[in-house]
Design a protein around this ligand. Structure first.
Ligand SMILES: C[S@@+](CC[C@H](N)C(=O)[O-])C[C@H]1O[C@@H](n2cnc3c(N)ncnc32)[C@H](O)[C@@H]1O
Length: 258
């Protein structure tokens, strides 16, 4: 155990922490999700954490929307966004890392036929560029940022041993920057979903509070998609924690750009 990690999270989660810690150590419960694009020659099932499906659906995609998935690889959420667009509008699936972008492209090729993916574009920009280069452009932006991912972190002995609160604070700086870019790139009236697989409030509610202080944004609560009993309300968004359902962890917040 890393004592700094233990102290940090037991202070946040109090009596809940011992159970949450045990649940984080269990293998993630995945679902085999059948692709709506499935026809002969394509892969049929995609292994996913059901919490990811909820996050993608909370973007509430409508026909003909122009959609940006800012941090898209390996691509599970992008597949759901593509399904929801149902071959209308456009989906920009962006990923900065070349290796991960290759994986993202393979996912599209394996699950969606060439004809069915005419409206999907894979890009490799730094997500921070969208706000600068394409302001007020997208109807929907998914900002699924790199995060502490504690469930994976604790499996990596050396990384876990090196954990400090500073690591989470540093990530929070990058996350806020990506969310600001998402806000700039979104059309007024458009919807933004911010998400992480972290249990650290520094990377979750604190990021949304900072955006709310600096930008015109309306935080949506009780969105339709959020009807599952295991989804908990936080100050600004929603959390799915593995001690209640073995999915997640996942945090997400749903916003409208005013
Ligand atoms: C949490 S993962 C995304 C998971 C993905 N949305 C899915 O559901 O499969 C975050 C991704 O963001 C990418 N990334 C990190 N910094 C980025 C940046 N500045 N711009 C774009 N992508 C970035 C990482 O390489 C990583 O693949």
């Amino acid at each position: 155990m890393n004592e700094r990690f233990e102290n940090f999270f037991s202070e946040i989660y109090q009596d809940r922490w011992p159970g949450l810690w045990q649940a984080l150590k269990l293998p993630v419960k995945h679902e085999m999700r059948r692709s709506l694009f499935f026809t002969e020659g394509l892969s049929e099932f995609y292994k996913m954490d059901p919490a990811s499906i909820i996050v993608a659906r909370s973007l509430n995609i409508q026909k003909d929307n122009f959609v940006l998935d800012m941090c898209a690889a390996p691509g599970g959420k992008s597949l759901i966004l593509a399904e929801d667009l149902n071959q209308t509008g456009q989906l920009i699936s962006n990923e900065i890392s070349k290796d991960r972008r290759d994986r993202l492209m393979r996912v599209f090729q394996d699950y969606i036929s060439k004809d069915q993916r005419q409206n999907i574009y894979v890009k490799g920009l730094d997500g921070n560029q969208y706000g600068l280069q394409m302001p007020d452009t997208f109807d929907r932006v998914l900002c699924d940022v790199p995060c502490s991912g504690e469930r994976h972190l604790i499996e990596n002995h050396s990384e876990f041993k090196a954990w400090t609160e500073k690591r989470s604070r540093n990530l929070a700086i990058r996350q806020y920057s990506l969310l600001s870019s998402a806000w700039l790139a979104c059309k007024p009236g458009g919807r933004i979903v911010y998400s992480t697989c972290s249990i650290s409030p520094l990377e979750n509610d604190e990021i949304i509070k900072k955006l709310k202080k600096r930008r015109e944004v309306e935080i949506l609560r009780e969105v339709d998609v959020v009807k599952n009993s295991f989804i908990e309300l936080t100050e600004c968004g929603y959390q799915i924690l593995p001690d209640t359902c073995n999915f997640g962890p996942m945090y997400f917040a749903v916003m409208l750009k005013v």
